[in-house]
Ligand binder design. Structure first.
Ligand SMILES: Cc1cc2nc3c(=O)[nH]c(=O)nc-3n(C[C@H](O)[C@H](O)[C@H](O)COP(=O)(O)OP(=O)(O)OC[C@H]3O[C@@H](n4cnc5c(N)ncnc54)[C@H](O)[C@@H]3O)c2cc1C
Length: 469
């Protein structure tokens, strides 16, 4: 009798990582945060190496046996990138050590399976700050953040994950452990392979650890809110925030559709701030800016300048909330996605990005697309980066609604490209947007992607079908 695929895997990969760390996949290993779409993959086994050398040995075994590998971090991805299509799931959850924390040198070395929030907490305890703040930080891994080049609200002022990576340790095909960069802050000796791996969605190599840059926390912070009657005035508010000297590090937007759902969950903590204005969904948009500085007085003056600018831009209401209310407001902002999904039970939320001066056009166009398809619409996100989560609300149990939303999303991608933007500003292409690259990139640029993939993964076993379809 021949051994089943799992028995062979268990024996041979068990010898590499320990038998107890190879198991048949559970349903949670076959899904990510796109599970509401019904997307569920299949795999022969889940392999959980305990260190980088074991990752290298597991990749080598897979390469020798033509076995596809889907790398898995925290599984919070919103494009199906960690959803396997056969082969093994290579889960990095056991690589969860912070190898070095060197606050005196503003750097640390972290294994891929450390959660974003765990790292941020350790960095805070060390008196410093790691600014990238993607929304699912309690669950997402640093390795997943690097693989998707994750953003978040403060990416506007501080840059996306890539800006904080000094170097990566990674396993390249057919199973070689390499160190690209390291604790050194500058290095132009070779091609920028570190940056190539960051954002590669597990298609070029397996990131096992990273050296990250840290900074001191700000001495003072200020939040400013402005409510705008039209998308045109909100666009003027975005432009004004950039030119008035306020220098926000985060500039977030919720449109009227998002306010309709999220307004009901608003934390009312500061009576003077008249929060109730925010619950009025007849407004076209609310902008929330976060300012950081060294000195409280100077930072407050920048906040005042922003209030004046927003009033000139047509804001019907502005406020500078207290520190406690600002913190509650940030938590509320994080809950918007769930509040919007609750209206119809589900939503197709995209992550398109356009040049910052074209945000209003994107929002108007996206809402018009939704109307044409008979869908409700809401949008929110990182206005300073022109990166908006345009969302089509739907009953996820209705195949007809899901098909309508998918058609609407295709039109949204065309709109974003026509506005000079991108089909993905944050979540990557994963499985859901696989094949769309050629809609945005010139043929020669797509060919360059394919050449890079072929050079680094000649057998095409690393996250097959993602990014470069
Ligand atoms: C509520 C919510 C809010 C979110 N907010 C944001 C946000 O503000 N900004 C943002 O950018 N994203 C956001 N996301 C999306 C998601 O959290 C990020 O893409 C995150 O970086 C994914 O990390 P992960 O560890 O969960 O990766 P996974 O979902 O496990 O994997 C994502 C991709 O990376 C690959 N991968 C994972 N680990 C590695 C590794 N070590 N080496 C190589 N490849 C690897 C996987 O194969 C897959 O292709 C949000 C998601 C949710 C559910």
């Amino acid at each position: 009798m021949t051994a089943s695929p799992f028995t062979t895997l268990e024996r041979e990969l068990g010898a590499v990582v320990g038998a107890q760390h190879v198991s048949p996949p559970a349903i949670s290993d076959l899904e990510d945060a796109t599970r509401w779409t019904g997307l569920r993959g299949n795999a022969d086994a889940v392999v959980r190496p305990g260190n980088a050398e074991q990752v290298a040995a597991a990749v080598r075994w897979c390469y020798d046996h033509d076995m596809p590998i889907t790398v898995r971090g925290g599984g919070t991805g919103l494009s199906g990138g960690a959803v396997p299509e056969g082969g093994i799931v290579l889960s990095l959850e056991r690589l969860n050590r912070i190898r070095t924390m060197e606050p005196e040198w503003w750097r640390c070395e972290v294994e891929a399976g450390v959660t974003t929030e765990a790292l941020q907490r350790r960095v805070r305890e060390a008196g410093l700050r790691y600014p990238p703040d993607p929304g699912a930080g309690e669950v997402s891994h640093i390795g997943g953040n690097l693989a998707t080049n994750a953003g978040g609200p403060h990416a506007f002022g501080h840059g996306v994950t890539r800006a904080w990576v000094l170097g990566v340790e990674a396993v390249l095909a057919p199973g070689e452990l390499v160190h690209l960069g390291g604790p050194t802050r500058k290095d132009v000796a070779g091609y920028d392979l570190t940056s190539l791996l960051v954002g590669s969605e597990g298609t070029l190599g397996v990131i096992t650890a990273a050296w990250l840059r840290l900074i001191p926390p700000p001495g003072a912070e200020q939040t400013v809110i402005g409510l705008f009657p039209s998308l045109a005035s909100a666009q003027a508010g975005i432009g004004g925030a950039l030119t008035c000297g306020a220098v926000p590090v985060a500039l977030e937007l919720l449109d009227g559709g998002a306010l309709q759902d999220a307004g009901a969950t608003l934390p009312v903590q500061d009576a003077a701030a008249e929060w109730s204005h925010l619950t009025d969904p007849t407004h076209a948009a609310v902008l929330i800016a976060h300012l950081e500085g060294d000195l409280a007085e100077a930072t407050a003056a920048r906040g005042d300048a922003l209030v004046d600018t927003w009033q000139e831009a047509g804001a019907t209401w502005t406020a500078v909330p207290s520190a406690a209310s600002s913190s509650a407001l940030a938590t509320w902002r994080d809950s918007v996605s769930g509040a919007v999904a609750a209206r119809r039970g589900g939503k197709l939320s995209e992550d398109v990005a356009v040049p910052t001066d074209r945000v209003a056009e994107l929002l108007e166009g996206s809402a018009a697309i939704a109307r044409r398809h008979g869908l409700e619409h809401a949008a929110w996100g990182h206005a300073g980066d022109g990166n908006l989560h345009c969302s089509f609300l739907l009953d996820p149990t209705s195949p007809e609604r899901r098909a309508q939303a998918a058609d609407a999303a295709d039109e949204l991608f065309s709109l974003a490209i026509a506005l000079g933007g991108t089909i993905s500003g944050e979540h990557g292409l994963g499985r859901l947007k696989s094949g769309h690259l050629s809609a945005q990139w010139d043929p020669a640029a797509v060919a360059a992607h394919q050449a890079i993939k072929a050079a680094l993964d000649p057998k095409g076993l690393l996250n097959p079908g993602r990014k470069v379809a």
